[in-house]
Design a protein around this ligand. Sequence first.
Ligand code: CTP
Length: 419
Amino acid sequence: MEHITVLDDRRIILGVTGSIAAYKAVDLASKLTQAGARVDVIMTGAAQRFVTPLTFQAVTGRPVYTSMWGTDTGGGLPTHIAHVGLGEGADLLVVAPVTANSLAKLAHGLADDLLSVTALAARCPVVVAPAMDGGMYEHPATQANLAALRERGVAVIEPARGRFASGLVGRGRLPETPVLLGHIRRALGRGGPLENMKVVITAGGTREPIDPVRYITNRSSGKQGYALAQAALDAGACVTLISATQQLPVPVGAVLVPVESAEAMLDAVLTYSRDADALIMAAAVADFRPAEIAQHKIKKADQDDEAPTLALRRTPDILMAIKTQRAATGHPRAVIGFAAESHDLLENAQAKLRRKGLDLIVANDITAPDAGFNVDTNRVVLIDAGGAQHPLDLTSKARVGEAVIARVAALLGTDEEAR
Ligand code: CTP
């Protein structure tokens, strides 16, 4: 697993309490560690009835803390000062799963085990992921405790609906690791260079309907657009993701606006860009659509043994419409386009940058097998409005996303240098 920049080298305390979902926390600890975080696990006594400390030690490569009183530290901090030492240095405290009992302790400031004592000593942001059976989550006592925690700025990850170990069905299941990771990224991204910035991102290849069952589309997978959305969220932005693909998991925190055709994408982009700080058009918008959309399925039998001829019309150019809107309103303040080219990459990209009035264009040679459509890597050149070219080596779409988002922060004057 590739390191995740927003998690890299971050110090995370993972509190694990006594729920059957404690086994899922092992996967979370493992993924956080693989992503580059330094994970110190604190287990309550009840948690150790479900999973052993050794399991967490094996996946984190670090000592696991289980008691306030123990003297054998296994190489970790002496336990009588662990609560202060761990709490002081941490970037984030995550309690997943948190039981109704531990939640109540956190809400009321009780401090009778290492986790609850550490939670009081820590000054870092806190994320909790409740997991409990049956009606316990809905109970007014639990809800009041959650409200008190939210009031103090604790991020609460909503449990998922589903079947419990008891056989009951309801809300109370610990969400799967990718969802937990998404919330953790969001918490760590707060205060990032795009804090309070509204960023609109388009993704995927539009579908232009021929009849109720057929459409024209292109090879875009949407992966680069989704990676950009995640990078913007990691930088603290409010992200609206206007997506023509519904095949990819939506990054936690992004507001998804599903669209199908170029026309629908145009409407959505104009609407959501009205007060946006930045627009990134990563979508592969179809340039042509069928002139007529048949209301009923086109049947072979109606074609006299011939194939129908498809007449095409031009679709609207979204970036050209945005250029007009921006001239009138000043929004979006920064506009970034993509150029997917099969020849004369830099000349074509530069011409598009000028024609569409962009601040930055991401030029993409789609003929390379390891770049462009449907793969996880990309090889791009960033070209700015002044014509300066910044080629990036072959890298993951996640890293390309981060590089583009760093440029967006610079364009908006919110990067480190400007702050
Ligand atoms: N784009 C757009 N509206 C369209 C087509 C493209 O806003 N109808 C945007 C894309 O999202 C991308 C940029 O324009 O950010 C360049 O897209 P591309 O398909 O490379 O260029 P086109 O303008 O379609 O030009 P050509 O077909 O001549 O390459």
